[in-house]
Each structure stands twice: as structure tokens, then as C-alpha cells.
Design a protein around this ligand. Structure first.
Ligand SMILES: [Zn+2]
Length: 223
């Protein structure tokens, strides 16, 4: 089973990719991890990626596909894979389809995690963590029991990630709408697109994915 997860950053793709990896015994490929592994491998391709990233350039689509195909030929992807963070543009989606077709393969399912921009913004921007033990909190949804004091370790210092700031999140959402959303009709006409409510709780999103993929019965039998 070859699956692509689509949704803006913060929609929970990584979490759902983990769940699918375990459930289907397939490889999970997150773009960031994949590029880091490629660099760490020290292969000629890895060195090429390292040079590109050291210069602060974006990794070209052709190189991404080469790295990806190195990754999907590893043992953990024998039964398939779930992609988190690739493809991000129509050109990448087309390049991926062409490369897979060359191996007589194809993407089976594309799962869209539908989000509400405003709610997602609130969810991400409110996040912060204890600077000492890393316990996670949220301005609206999970405050410490005693204001300003970590429940877990008593520390009074907290940190907010640069990635979680409103301006950064807004920019990433805009990029998603402009560059990645055109992939939805692209996969819809291929009959591969499935959509779930990405704003629901993690377990509910996982349940909806099971449902749209028709995995419900199988799981009931296994449990
Ligand atoms: Zn703490």
C-alpha cells in the first residue's frame, strides 16, 4: 500500500503516518528525516544533498525523487510506504507518478487531512513547552494547574518554538494553499483522493482514515 498524506504543517500528518506505519507494517517517510538520513549515509547522492542544503538552496525535484527512491527500496518499505511532506507541488506529484510508473508501481491512496485555517492557527500558536523537562502545554487547551509552573517538574521557564509563531504559521498555510492544494484535484481525477477531518482528535482522525480506506472490518477482526 503506497499512501500520501496531504495537509498543511501542523495538521498532524506525522502522527497519522506513524499510526498507518504500525497498522499496515509499511515504511514511514518524512521528507526531513529522509534528507537527513541521506546526508548521514555519506553516499554521493547524500553529499550532493548536503552541498545543496549547506548553500541554503531547496533540493531540486529530481534529487528529491532520487533520494526518495533510495528510501523506498529499503526493507521496511517492502509492503509499501506512507509519505509525509512529499509531494508538495504539482510538478513533484507528476515527477513521482512518472518515476513510480517506470517501476510499474503507483500511489494507491492519497489522504487529505482537512483543516480549518483559523482553528489550526489557534491550535499551533498556543503551544509551548517547559524549558526544563519538555512537558507540552497550550494557552487554551492545556494550561499548567498552577499558572506559570510546570506540572511535571515545577520549573517556571517555558519556551515557544519559532515554528509555532503566528506569522510563520500563516506563511506556511499560504504556501500550502498556493502550492500543495492543486494536488487535491490532481489525485481526485485519478480516483485516489480520500478526505478526513484533520481537526478532530488523533484517535478520531485515525478512525476516519480506517473508514475511508475500508480498513474497519479488518481491524475489528484483529482486535
Ligand atoms: Zn517541566
Amino acid at each position: 500500500m503506497k499512501i500520501i498524506l496531504l495537509g498543511p504543517p501542523g495538521a498532524g500528518k506525522g502522527t497519522q503516518a506513524d499510526i498507518l506505519r504500525k497498522k499496515l507494517n509499511i515504511g514511514k517517510i518524512a521528507t526531513g528525516d529522509m534528507l537527513r538520513e541521506a546526508v548521514a549515509s555519506g553516499t554521493p547522492l547524500g553529499k550532493q544533498v548536503q552541498d545543496i542544503m549547506a548553500k541554503g538552496h531547496l533540493v531540486p525535484d529530481k534529487t528529491m525523487i532520487d533520494v526518495l527512491f533510495g528510501r523506498i527500496h529499503k526493507a521496511d518499505c517492502a509492503l509499501g510506504f506512507v509519505l509525509d511532506g512529499f509531494p508538495r507541488t504539482l510538478a513533484q506529484a507528476e515527477a513521482l507518478d512518472r518515476a513510480l510508473a517506470f517501476e510499474d508501481a503507483a500511489i494507491d491512496r492519497v489522504i487529505e487531512l482537512k483543516v480549518d485555517d483559523e482553528k489550526l492557527m489557534k491550535r499551533i500558536v498556543g503551544r509551548y513547552a517547559c524549558a526544563k523537562c519538555g512537558a507540552g502545554y497550550h494557552d487554551s487547551f492545556k494550561r499548567p494547574m498552577q499558572a506559570g509552573v510546570c506540572d511535571a517538574c515545577g520549573s517556571k521557564e517555558f519556551i515557544r518554538r519559532e515554528d509555532d509563531k503566528a506569522q510563520t504559521v500563516a506563511k506556511r498555510l499560504e504556501t500550502y494553499h498556493m502550492q500543495t492544494e492543486p494536488l487535491l484535484p490532481y489525485y481526485r481525477v485519478q480516483g485516489k483522493l480520500l478526505s478526513v477531518d484533520g481537526m478532530a482528535e488523533i484517535e478520531e482522525v485515525a478512525r476516519q482514515i480506517d473508514e475511508v480506506m475500508g480498513m474497519g472490518k479488518k481491524n475489528a477482526k484483529n482486535s
